[in-house]
Design a protein around this ligand. Structure first.
Ligand SMILES: [Zn+2]
Length: 390
């Protein structure tokens, strides 16, 4: 006996009585077949329903060899009361029907087709076979929401062959279960499309439809959208984010963008000033140095890696050994840049790793790295005569 698919005729059914036809051990749990079910098995881009059969948890539902298998954590038998995790199912239906209305609008307004659909645990994406401007997308979003506000009935049915041949419908993508015919889902006056999933009984239950992202994808576009309770949750998240930014920038919410732009301009000016000071500091340090037959080892806590590089590059010709420039602290260790015109620095790399725990990379003329060693050990290593014998 085949399981009657209650989810096809009534998407709003949350609890139902059923009889267990069979139940057998399966992997870590059990696989049960019922005489009737409102649990939607995974399909058409939508994940399976979860819930309970009696006191057993339904963890997954799949169609295998034409049978609807309910995977449970405990054995079930006889007459049972079943209940869906309806909050989760309702959320999926809000998103799924919202996707129908959006794709219906893209089709009606721009002649585009839906060529991909995925409904995840906390997101939904769908693909369309054309590229649109943000204004065109906004127009389709508005049109889909008009269908929500008009709160029209949703009808799901299997038309007879003759009726089907006369029907104009969308989403041949979901031309599934051909053996039982094509199931049509219609939002009166707005969209008609082939689909196997359970649906809300009215469009008003969607609440609202919001496209959150649209990007070019495989010659068309991939859109992210949130509907109903997901859209509300997302609004809450974004509002909290705005409040945080508002505090951080000490700006009213509608002035945050200007406040952020002003801070970025300040940051850019401060960077230019810092660059000028850095060049002045490097110039002064280099001017104070005399040529030497030994190596030069300088600690400049105010310089970043760029400054150390400028210092080492500018001072390398003053030494017959190595010009070593450091910045850091005893606690955090020291970043450094080494430069030399006489000693190939590749040779220094291993010795510095062994003596100072230094990790570095670069060329024979210039090395960049970090050493977790104290200042005295660093000076001993670079200023001693051994550096010339590596
Ligand atoms: Zn669908």
């Amino acid at each position: 006996m085949k399981t009657k698919k209650l989810y096809e005729s009534d998407g709003m059914l949350a609890r139902f009585p059923a009889r267990v036809l069979s139940c057998r051990p399966y992997e870590n749990g059990y696989a049960a077949v019922l005489d009737r079910t409102a649990f939607f098995p995974e399909g058409g881009g939508q994940t399976a329903d979860t819930g309970t059969i009696g006191s057993a948890r339904v963890l997954d539902v799949q169609i295998r060899d034409g049978e609807i298998l309910h995977f449970t954590d405990a054995p079930v038998s006889g007459e049972v009361t079943c209940a869906l995790d309806f909050d989760v199912r309702f959320r999926k239906m809000q998103n799924h029907l919202g996707e129908h209305l959006l794709c219906g609008a893209f089709h009606r307004l721009y002649g585009l087709d839906n060529i991909g659909f995925h409904l995840g645990a906390d997101y939904m994406t769908f693909d369309i076979d054309g590229i649109l401007t943000p204004e065109q997308i906004a127009k389709a979003e508005k049109e889909a929401n008009r269908a929500v506000f008009e709160d029209v009935p949703v009808r799901c049915w299997y038309p007879e062959k003759d009726e089907l041949s006369e029907l104009d419908y969308r989403a041949k993508l979901e031309k599934l279960e051909a053996a039982e015919g094509i199931r049509i889902v219609e939002a009166a006056g707005f969209d008609r499309c082939a689909c196997c999933a359970p649906h809300l009984d009215r469009t008003g239950r969607i609440g609202c439809i919001k496209i959150t992202d649209a990007a070019k994808y495989k010659g068309g576009m991939r859109l992210h959208a949130l509907c109903g309770s997901d859209a509300l949750a997302d609004y809450g998240k974004k509002q909290a984010m705005l409040e945080t930014l508002s505090h951080l920038f000490s700006a009213e919410e509608d002035r945050i963008v200007q406040a952020a732009e002003a801070r970025l301009a300040e940051l850019s000016a401060a960077r230019q000033t810092a660059g000028a000071y850095r060049r002045a500091l490097v110039g002064a340090r280099l001017a104070a140095l005399s040529d030497t037959e030994g190596s030069i080892c300088l600690f400049e806590p105010l310089l970043d890696t760029n400054g150390l590089r400028e210092l080492a590059a500018g001072g390398a010709h003053k030494t017959a050994g190595i010009f070593a420039a450091f910045s850091g602290t005893e606690e955090a260790g020291y970043d450094f840049v080494l430069a030399s015109e006489r000693i190939p620095l590749g040779r220094v790399k291993e010795a510095a790793a062994a003596a100072l725990g230094a990790k570095c990379g670069g060329s024979d003329n210039m090395l960049f790295g970090h050493a977790d060693a104290d200042k005295a050990a660093i000076r001993r290593f670079f200023e001693g005569p051994e550096i010339f014998n590596l």
